[in-house]
Design a protein around this ligand. Structure first.
Ligand code: SAH
Length: 193
């Protein structure tokens, strides 16, 4: 199977992720940040995560990473496409439900409210679930040992570090309401974890 299928799919997925985030990010930026909870590890990992998002784009538009290419197998590629689509759908839904409460890092905005409806009824971190499914899709759809899993590795690390900090921050801000919300929801996978 030609790598061009993968090149086109990876490029469209990257553009779709940016296109989904752009209007929500723009709206959120208009609401001032009341308090930042960014720790040293978060400050170090966030720029790495942002850079790693563009590694697949480098693979798409340049031959720089071709030394790590491997043959594209259709069943693996199509499974990857499925993950991409599911990941992007949940990503869109979670951005819509979170509204202007969204932030690229650990921050609380002036008009911050605790969202427990929509996809947030199912899990506490649907956007992270979406990004993990998306990056798993990329690992499968992009036949390159380096560019394929790069975003998945970095996002898994960032989310593992961030989850406990984010939950501590939300508990500090919303107290009993957040505890109650935690009693009814799992973190990333409904009913499991
Ligand atoms: N962890 C969530 C949100 C990611 S965006 C998810 O995966 O869907 C990160 C920001 O969202 C955090 O800085 C926090 O301010 C905000 N946030 C996280 N959970 C929230 C919730 N249930 N309601 C409102 N804001 C939330």
């Amino acid at each position: 199977m030609s790598h061009w299928f993968a090149r086109i799919a990876v490029f469209i997925a990257c553009v779709a992720l940016i296109a989904i985030r752009a209007p929500h990010g723009h709206r959120s930026l208009k609401v001032a940040i009341r308090k930042s909870y960014k720790g040293a590890l978060e400050k170090a990992l966030l720029p790495i995560a942002m850079l790693s998002f563009f590694v697949p784009v480098i693979w798409v538009v340049t031959p720089l990473l071709s030394f790590a290419d491997y043959p594209l197998r259709p069943p693996v590629f199509y499974t990857g496409l499925g993950c991409y689509i599911i990941g992007l759908m949940i990503f869109h839904r979670s951005h819509t439900d979170l509204g202007t409460n969204w932030s690229v890092s650990l921050e609380v905005r002036e008009t911050h409210t605790l969202v427990t409806n929509g996809v947030y009824q199912r899990v506490r971190h649907p956007m992270y679930t979406a990004l993990l499914i998306y990056s798993l899709g990329q690992t499968l759809a992009l036949p390159n040992y380096f560019a394929g899993p790069s975003y998945l590795v970095v996002m898994t690390l960032l989310i593992a570090v961030r989850l406990p900090q984010e939950e501590r921050m939300m508990r500090e801000e919303f107290g009993a309401a957040y505890d109650e919300y935690c009693r009814h929801t799992k973190r990333l996978i409904p009913g499991v974890f």
